[in-house]
Design a protein around this ligand. Structure first.
Ligand code: SF4
Ligand code: MSK
Length: 654
């Protein structure tokens, strides 16, 4: 295999398919990335195109630093906007787009819950009544002896009202530690309605409105919190109510999950509304009979990107792979249909599919692609639509060509570590709590906790940074929590099975994992499920012994291969929630040293946490570990000590 090809991914199955694509004459994102170099001015946030007098480019002068005050004074757009304003505006507009995507996902789930509560749809039910009742209490919905459907409808309406809340404070803000809430209030960033914060952000970044970069960043933070503690949290909680709160489940990942003798259907995107029904439809006798009539042994469902995480966690459906493997799934020649909903879908899919027999099926009125078949998903006719999708896949199966090559690569993983599962797994049914986790952090067996999340980015080697970073962290006794495509990268590398603890984790972390029977790297779900990490961090604070705010905890966050605006939003709400967060791949504000310095330093004084950038995953992991050690020192737990069991005399003295 050519060295140039090897540099594209660390995953053998992906490399095989990249080679096959080249033989098949298929143009992949990997090829396009070689052909299109990033614009060096746009990449660093120094290009403004928010009005028709531009685009204005305000790059740092090349080759001679530092810039003189006179040069700096002149480095402005036509309207007079400074490089700081332009970089800050670009940065927060990315946050707004990410927050909008997650939150619109949350809104769709709330609308479905309302329809279920009102009895307007079939094929869905309330799967986690306990979680629904807890939400009812959060929202102040009367429980009494009312029917569960009625409570569900009221909860859904309250959730929907969160999006348009005109003033006051977003309801879930109260879930955060009290000290964190005070920090937000002091800084004036407690979000109101999600829609309101995004609209205000877009207003403030219109030409000629907010022109002070600190102030612009503040609104970016407010919008990010509206996502993390609002839209995303609503999505996660209501999905758990409707589809069940995940618990540990064994699954498999990688392109080897395709089956040559079955109709292979990939479900790709983010929202589980349709995919949940497709899972049910695939087992329907009518569909099974049609598949057999077409000569297949059955229907083989697999997921891609975060829809994959959703159906894996709840049904054990295998994962074909992460973001950069979506085109590669088609290159196997064995993908009969790829059905997509929203987010992280490549527009090139119909073009790649033309080389094979694959049907690309869009399902959301919000996300159509030229060249794809569109079957409008409507929850009122969910089962019919799901069957329509599968019938198209069965039809496509009969047109399979000869270009089939399924890599023999698939890896086991255990997923489904929701906050509730971690609570139960560590504390037990009758004493569910984070106490054992906190105790193990205090006694030093676990050094700290890291949330490693986010995407793939074709500008860096596929999966390499995720896997290197996670291995470095667990080797140093840091328990890793993961979501999204990052979780899939670790799963492909075999880090998400309990046996990985012995092979890869430090002695302390390995001993805890072996006792509990858990992997050293926990899969918490999809992109919106980063809200589970916020809840877990808060539970650690509330259980005591590790300070009184998230910023006191020995925890850190990272997205080493991010590409999506959603990842930036997640990073920003991590930071604003008190979590030191390191990004890799690229950083979008370096065109303004002042804005970058504010994000990488100034925010620490305001929020007790800041951003950092480091492209080397080992160095980035070391930065996270250094931060964890700093927090351990501040907590007075930097020296490992065994837990002392108090006898009665010691208790009395205490
Ligand atoms: Fe140029 Fe100002 Fe218009 Fe931006 S808003 S494109 S800096 S004139
Ligand atoms: S799918 S946002 S590429 S993690 Fe959630 Fe993966 Fe990033 Fe999309």
């Amino acid at each position: 295999m050519a060295e140039k090809t090897k540099a594209k991914s660390i995953d053998q199955a992906s490399l095989q398919m990249i080679e096959k694509a080249s033989c098949d004459g298929v143009n992949l994102s990997f090829d396009r990335a070689s052909a299109i170099k990033p614009c060096p001015i746009g990449e660093v946030g120094s290009c403004c195109k928010v009005c028709s007098m531009g685009p204005c480019r305000v790059p740092l002068p090349k080759g001679k630093a530092p810039e003189t005050p006179e040069e700096k004074r002149k480095r402005r757009g036509v309207c007079g906007a400074t490089a700081e304003t332009i970089a800050a505006r670009n940065f927060v507009r990315m946050i707004a787009a990410g927050a909008a995507a997650h939150s619109d996902h949350g809104r769709s789930v709330a609308e479905l819950l309302l329809a279920v509560g009102r009895g307007e749809v079939s094929g869905y039910e309330i799967r986690d009544e306990q979680k629904l009742l807890a939400l009812a209490m959060d929202f102040g919905v009367e429980i009494g002896d009312r029917p569960i459907a009625e409570i569900a409808a009221d909860v859904a309406q309250k959730a929907l009202a969160e999006f348009g809340r005109h003033d006051g404070e977003s309801t879930f803000i109260k879930r955060a530690p009290l000290k964190r809430q005070e920090i937000w209030r002091k800084n004036g960033v407690v979000p109101r309605g999600i829609d309101r914060e995004i609209v205000e952000l877009m207003h403030r970044t219109h030409a000629g409105v907010d022109m002070e970069y600190h102030n612009i960043i503040q609104q970016g933070i407010r919008a990010s919190l509206a996502d993390g503690w609002g839209g995303s949290m609503i999505a996660t909680d209501l999905q758990d109510v409707l589809f069940g709160t995940p618990s540990p489940v064994l699954g498999q990942i990688n392109l080897g999950v395709f089956k040559e003798d079955e109709v292979n259907v990939i479900i790709h995107g983010h929202e589980p509304l349709l995919s949940e029904v497709i899972v049910a439809a695939a087992a329907d006798p009518e569909i099974q009979a049609l598949a057999k009539k077409a000569g297949a042994k059955g229907i083989n469902l697999a997921g891609q990107c975060c829809t994959a995480n959703e159906i894996l966690m709840r049904h054990g459906i295998p994962l074909a792979g992460n973001f950069l493997q979506q085109e590669l799934s088609l290159v196997t020649g064995a993908c009969d249909a790829m059905v997509v909903d929203v987010q992280c879908i490549m527009e090139s899919l119909p073009d790649v599919a033309q080389c094979y027999h694959t049907k690309i099926i869009t399902t959301s009125p919000k996300a159509k692609i030229t060249g794809a078949v569109h079957i409008d998903f409507d929850e009122h006719h969910a089962m019919e639509r799901a069957k329509d999708v599968l019938k198209l896949a069965i039809e496509a199966y009969t047109h399979r060509g000869k270009k089939i090559q399924i890599p023999e690569c698939k890896t086991d993983l255990v997923a489904g570590f929701s906050h509730e599962t971690i609570n139960y797994m560590l504390g037990g049914l009758f004493r569910a709590s984070y106490r054992p986790l906190n105790d193990n952090i205090i006694n030093g067996r676990i050094r700290g906790v890291a949330g490693v999340v986010g995407c793939n980015n074709v500008r860096v080697t596929h999966n390499e940074a995720h896997v290197a970073m996670v291995k470095e962290l667990i080797k140093n006794d840091v328990l890793v929590l993961q979501t999204g495509c990052s979780a899939m990268a670790s799963a492909m590398a075999g880090l998400m099975v309990p046996e990985a603890a012995k092979q890869y984790a430090g002695a302390g972390l390995a001993s805890v994992c072996e006792t509990v029977g858990m992997p050293p790297v926990l899969h918490l779900g999809s992109c919106v499920d980063n809200s589970r990490i916020l809840v877990a961090a808060t539970a650690m604070v509330k259980d005591g012994g590790l300070g009184d705010d998230v910023s006191d905890l020995p925890v850190a966050g990272a997205a080493p291969e991010w590409f999506s605006e959603k990842a930036l939003t997640i990073g920003q709400y991590f930071v604003a929630s008190g979590v030191f967060t390191v990004f890799g791949a690229t950083w979008p504000t370096t065109g303004s040293p002042e804005v970058t310095e504010h994000l990488f330093g100034g925010l620490e004084k305001m929020y007790g946490a800041m951003w950092a950038f480091e492209n080397d995953p080992i160095k980035a992991a070391q930065m996270m570990i250094a931060h964890i050690d700093k927090k351990r020192q501040a907590l007075g737990i930097s020296k490992a000590r065994e837990r002392v069991l108090f006898d009665m005399a010691m208790r009395r003295e205490l």
